[in-house]
Design a protein around this ligand. Structure first.
Ligand code: 2AM
Length: 169
């Protein structure tokens, strides 16, 4: 199965992101993330049969709850994303998640962690350049890290949480 470790987003944050996506949909087309699928990836595991090992690795996370704020936006070519305000707790959580998974034997890509929430892939503006956009600054408390399974169900990309690790209060 295809797995990744992610943060689930609050309803308020998803709603702010959905508003931004709706604005972008007026200005161009692309493969928009369904609102229920909006998430922040901490580490991408990829195709693996070893879900138990991933559960065990994330079970070893030892980190406290923290706040994060939606802020700013950017793009990787035609993938448009919303950003998170600079956040050492988030960076540290991503680094710990990465190390635990690596120690458990998963071969992860060594790419720089740029916290982002993908809004749309293959975006093509109807006219001109990619427009400026930025979701409303919205804050939430992160209380869990989720192990997510990604699959196509009935032609829809579907993410299912298969394990959730609570962060310390
Ligand atoms: P993205 O949103 O920037 O595309 C599930 O596919 C999640 O894992 C997505 O959020 C995706 O990031 C992320 N991811 C990270 N590395 C990936 C990779 N090599 N292939 C596919 N998805 C990846």
């Amino acid at each position: 199965m295809r797995l990744f470790a992610a943060l689930q987003l609050s309803e308020d944050m998803k709603s702010a992101l959905a508003d931004t996506a709706a604005e972008l949909a007026k200005l161009g087309k692309g493969r928009f993330t369904r609102t229920e699928n909006l998430h922040l990836t901490l580490a991408f595991i990829g195709e693996t049969p070893a879900s138990d090992a991933a559960v065990e690795a994330l079970g070893g996370l030892d980190a406290a709850c923290f706040e994060m704020t939606l802020s700013g936006a950017g793009h990787f070519e035609n993938l448009l994303w919303a950003g998170i305000a600079p956040n050492p707790a988030l960076e540290s959580l991503a680094a710990k998640t990465f190390s635990l998974l690596q120690e458990a034997g998963f071969a992860l890509e060594e790419r720089e962690f740029i916290p982002h929430i993908t809004l749309v892939r293959d975006y093509k503006p109807f006219e001109g350049e990619i427009p400026q956009f930025a979701p409303a600054e919205t804050c939430m408390t992160v209380t869990h890290v989720s192990l997510m399974k990604s699959e196509q169900i009935g032609g829809k990309l579907t993410y299912t949480e298969i394990f959730s690790k609570a962060l310390l209060p």
